[in-house]
Design a protein. Structure first.
Lengths: 162, 537
């Protein structure tokens, strides 16, 4: 019982503070092109940025990124969004990331989080996990993917950029 | 518990002082199971039928500082198949980090990886029950925009305790393309890891310190990219099931080579790897433990990872260790990935891998062995995967796959026997009206070996974006023993909203290896009700 009250106090303490709208961690990741990007510099302006955590062997992740890819140009035109696809593939599959991106013709910025540092820093348990960032704050989070749920992301983007 | 209270007090003080500043974030994961007896599978529920693995993360950032902790609770015991080191509850990891300009300092628990991880990789996987974070100090320094340095020392986590041995390491990454103003990516890396562990061995040559090094080079230009990595490990004592052999000490080495050429229309990537006696542990006595505890490096299988259930029955695990008993000194092999986009929207992908033991001879009397360079020894595994994917229209997307595999069960799992099997997989995704969708899977595995034929299927129906239900079944209909012709069925529901996911299911878990990302864990057969909650805030 003591433990439960302690835990309740603990949780109350956290929720007493605004946990939404956090900043992005200061972490540098490599892109598949070999460049380095500082995560904390993403989505600092009014134009929204999507961070989508995925891996080459996560079937729903691939379905989501394929589905978004088909409407990505429209999304970019209408909302100015940029999608950063963050691969959490480890050494056993990281070599498959670049071929897969080319094979599906994705125009996303693809980042490699091979050691899982960003995944941990953003408390992502399992991919697919999608964040929308605007004005340097996290404004939307979504876990999992079911066919068609990219439309909800689109609705959110439209609402954010009205 | 007192630690938690202290930390709470500490956090409250920070947060009170930093009213409008700073930011909390975190997450909660709970995987619970209520085990039941099952007369069909002969699995008996443990005495404490209800078990749960719970993880609670809390991070707080304020300007250049961040603090965080992970509280873990295994009540009353961890789920079946997890290491018994995970028992009870407490703060398992915590850290204090300072990050400014070019400096990044961490005190407490941290995760680190050098290169591909063949030399050093500490990581966490809650599903596998692996967490070998290092507790100590780490400093990273970006000296210039083309030179990054880092170093650490510490002990490794084992359950709620720490390793007896200590680790130290240093890493250098040098961006050659940047300094030489090349129109391509070209990086050079150099790393060192050392382990120190006291001993009371009478042999004066017995090593307390084992040093290991790696060098690597990677490049990318246009449609080409590639990398090479070399690892060498100093001599260490041989340990078999906790028994130390103190006459001879053995060095280890590894070589990884990769080359790819990929365009939109077609592409090919090949990886070659040879590893010999490369397993490294913070505690020499932990050598070969079943739970992957205290591992310094990680050498994962370079094969295709499957998300279908049947090909996951026979999954290769890298054989990087030395065993006189099993006459294994390491592995050598390659993997090829190729794809071709055929006109009409068909997407064809091909994967082939082949992994053999090193060609080695063992002298048990003198406790020596000799490997024959790059020669391939006994075959451990091979698989050929062909996959076609096509989107027919806005509503239908389908894929078809064929796998032909060879699995040397004796060498991979221990014991005897090899398995040849072919698997056919198919999947259809349907988009229905009004935010509804459905997914169907059908698979068949045919084999004349081991447990023979299997068939499996899945039906998933998404009532809306938040709520879905599923039913899946794996049926070992070909088993020679008719009492083992069992349906491993699972039925369940998932509710996901925002960053929270809640799942409830009931069914049977197949016993054997359960693999995540090329790492496998042995789980006993079990039946019961499972619940899982994940959330982040």
């Amino acid at each position: 019982m003591r433990k439960i009250t302690q835990l309740a106090f603990f949780l109350a303490l956290i929720f007493a503070f605004k946990t939404d709208g956090g900043n992005l961690p200061k972490l540098k990741l490599k892109t598949i092109k070999g460049n380095t990007i500082d995560i904390s510099t993403l989505g600092t302006g009014k134009k929204p940025v999507i961070l989508s955590f995925w891996s080459t062997h996560c079937a729903p992740c691939l379905r989501e990124l394929k589905a978004i890819n088909e409407v990505y140009e429209d999304w970019q035109d209408e909302t100015g969004v940029t999608l950063y696809a963050i691969s959490v593939d480890d050494q056993s599959s990281v070599s498959k990331v670049k071929p897969l991106v080319k094979r599906f013709g994705w125009n996303y910025e693809v980042l490699l989080d091979t050691s899982g540092d960003l995944k941990r820093a953003m408390n992502v348990t399992n991919p697919p996990f999608l964040f929308i960032i605007q004005n340097g704050k996290i404004v939307y989070k979504h876990t999992g993917y079911t066919t068609g749920s990219e439309e909800d992301v689109y609705d959110k983007l439209i609402a954010l950029t009205k | 518990m007192r630690k938690l209270q202290l930390l709470l007090a500490f956090l409250s003080i920070i947060s009170l002082q930093a009213q409008d500043f700073g930011h909390f974030s975190g997450g909660f994961v709970s995987n619970a199971q209520w085990y039941q007896d099952d007369t069909k599978t002969n699995s008996v529920a443990p005495q404490d039928q209800f078990r749960a693995n719970n993880y609670f993360n809390l991070n707080y950032n304020y300007k250049e500082f961040s603090v965080g902790l992970q509280y873990e609770s295994y009540q009353p015991n961890a789920l079946l198949g997890y290491s018994p080191d995970f028992k009870g509850d407490g703060i398992a990891t915590y850290f204090l980090n300072y990050k400014a300009h070019d400096l990044d300092i961490t005190a407490g628990y941290f995760y680190e990886q050098y290169g591909s991880g063949m030399l050093l990789r500490t990581w966490e996987d809650k599903q596998l029950g692996v967490n070998n974070a290092i507790k100590g100090i780490r400093v990273k320094f970006d000296a210039t925009d083309f030179l990054n340095l880092s170093a650490f020392f510490g002990q490794q986590r084992k359950g709620f305790e720490l390793s007896q041995g200590t680790l130290q390491g240093a890493n250098l990454d040098f961006d050659i393309a940047n300094i030489a103003k090349l129109d391509m990516a070209l990086n050079f890396g150099l790393s060192y890891v050392g382990r120190y562990q006291e001993h009371s061995n009478p042999n004066p040559a017995f090593p307390d310190t084992v040093n290991a090094f790696s060098t690597r080079l990677d490049f990318a230009k246009g449609d080409f990219d590639g990398k090479i990595e070399l690892v060498s490990k100093g001599a260490d004592a041989r340990v078999v099931s906790g028994t130390i052999f103190n006459n001879k000490f053995y060095k280890g080495k590894g070589l990884l080579f990769e080359l790819g050429f990929n365009k939109y229309k077609y592409g090919i990537t090949t990886t070659f790897r040879r590893v010999e006696n490369l397993n490294m542990y913070t505690d020499r006595l932990a050598y070969g433990n079943a739970y992957g505890a205290l591992t310094v490096n990680s050498i994962l299988a370079l094969t295709k990872q499957h998300d279908f259930s049947l090909p996951n029955i026979y999954v290769y695990q890298a054989q990087s260790g030395l065993s006189f008993l099993e006459e294994k000194a390491g592995e050598i092999g390659f993997q090829v990935d190729a794809y071709y986009n055929i006109n009409g929207g068909y997407n064809l992908a091909l994967n082939y891998s082949k992994w053999n033991g090193l060609d080695a001879t063992f002298d048990n009397v003198n406790e020596t062995y000799k490997t024959n360079g790059f020669a391939f020894g006994e075959k451990y595994f091979s698989d050929l995967n062909v996959e076609v994917d096509k989107k027919f229209n806005k509503k239908i997307r389908a894929s078809l796959g064929y796998i032909n595999l060879f699995y040397n069960k004796g060498k991979i799992e221990g014991g005897h026997g090899t398995v040849k099997a072919s698997v056919i997989t198919s999947e259809v995704n349907l988009k229905l009206a009004k935010k509804k969708s459905a997914r169907f899977e059908l698979q068949h595995l045919s084999s004349k070996d081991d447990k023979k034929n299997w068939v499996a299927g899945t039906v998933e129906y998404n009532f809306n974006r938040k709520f879905s239900m599923y039913l899946n079944d794996m049926y070992n209909y070909g088993n020679d023993d008719t009492t083992k012709q069992i349906h491993y069925y699972n039925v369940g529901a998932v509710y996901a909203k925002g960053a929270t996911r809640f799942a409830l299911g009931y069914g049977r878990q197949r016993g054997g290896l359960v693999c995540v990302g090329g790492v496998c864990r042995f789980v006993p057969e079990s039946t019961g009700l499972s619940m899982s909650i994940t959330t982040t805030f």
